[in-house]
Design a protein around this ligand. Structure first.
Ligand code: FES
Length: 328
């Protein structure tokens, strides 16, 4: 049986199923409760119980003492709710709340979509999952290659399996290695997360997600997070690919559109430098951008071309969220 968990301060709430910890339930619901080891040894996920009870607790080494006011404390990574509960816990809502982590991951899966795109999935140890916010990036270190910053394409609801999108390029040793040499179970060192390209969950304005090419990766993470939060404002995804390149996760986007009443997917092929077709389509569908939020990602030179057009159509500067860290 599922139980309602209410968080203080703030009053956010989520449902915890009988087979999941309070931390797992919060992350699945798009709520970034603070945590670190996720196995009961660090105490980062300590929460005060204001009301309700836990059904059981997984083994943990960290000793939970009562809080200074006498209320009981639990570890959200080890506790399973036994009734509706009100708990007081820290949320990692801003990038500065998320600690820098260094994790030895393994290659879990390499999925070659076509000659241009590889989807790389890394797996962290169960006892050291990555805490991050949707839209952030990490630095990957593979063998003797220079470290490379890559946006995480998956959602913070699962910090153990991390997805990255890699473009084929013979001139790029990192890409060449992933396409031609990398093998499952190989070690990849991960450091991070970093970046401030995050969703403003407090806004109820319609959202335009604009992705260029593999700049779709952090946009995918943001959309999955928005879905976890069950945001109900209209959301539009404009995904621009260069002529002759296909939208490599087209079925994924179509599935979002089929499943959600408030989600519209618009695939575009536009000149990658001028972004002319993309800008024109957006302007036709949203002649006044004064009331929307825009999340934009893609190669830097492309972003500049489209930002000017969006601002001419009324987009306020503070409602434009743009991924400014160079990753490729
Ligand atoms: S996250 Fe370390 S004890 Fe829960």
């Amino acid at each position: 049986m599922a139980h309602h968990i209410t968080l203080q301060p703030g009053g956010k709430s989520f449902l915890a199923e009988a087979n999941e910890t309070i931390l797992e339930a919060a992350l699945r619901s798009g709520i970034n409760l603070d945590y670190n080891c996720s196995n009961g040894s660090c105490g980062a996920c300590l929460a005060r119980v204001r009301s309700g009870r836990i059904a059981r607790s997984r083994h943990h080494d960290y000793v939970c003492k009562p809080a200074s006011d006498g209320s009981p404390q639990i570890l959200s990574c080890c506790s399973i709710a036994g009734s509706d509960m009100v708990i007081e816990a820290r949320e990692a809502g801003r990038p500065q709340d998320v600690p820098l982590q260094s994790i030895e991951t393994k290659v879990y899966k390499l999925e070659k979509i076509d000659d241009h795109i590889m989807i790389l999935q890394l797996r962290t140890p169960r006892s050291q999952t990555l805490q991050f916010l949707a839209g952030q990036y990490v630095t990957l270190k593979i063998k003797s290659l220079p470290p490379r910053s890559k946006s995480i394409a998956s959602c913070p609801c699962n910090g153990m399996y991390l997805q990255f999108h890699v473009h084929a390029s013979e001139q790029d040793d990192f890409s060449d290695y992933i396409f031609n040499t990398m093998k499952p179970r190989e070690t990849v060192m991960l450091n991070g997360p970093g970046g401030h390209f995050n969703l403003d969950d407090d806004s109820d304005r319609p959202i335009l997600f604009i992705a260029n090419d593999t700049g779709f990766a952090p946009i995918k993470s943001l959309i999955e997070h928005a879905i976890s939060l069950e945001l109900d404002q209209p959301m539009y995804l404009y995904w621009n690919m260069p002529e002759n390149n296909r939208h490599y996760l087209e079925n994924y986007c179509r599935a979002w559109e089929d499943a959600l009443d408030n989600f519209t997917y618009i695939p575009v092929h536009s000149d990658t430098c001028t972004q002319d077709t993309l800008s024109r389509i957006i302007e036709e569908q949203h002649p006044d951008l004064g009331g929307v939020d825009v999340y934009l990602n893609g190669p830097e030179q492309n972003a500049r071309a489209i930002v000017e057009r969006l601002q001419q159509h009324g987009l306020p500067a503070d409602r434009l969220f743009i991924d400014e860290v160079k990753k490729y």
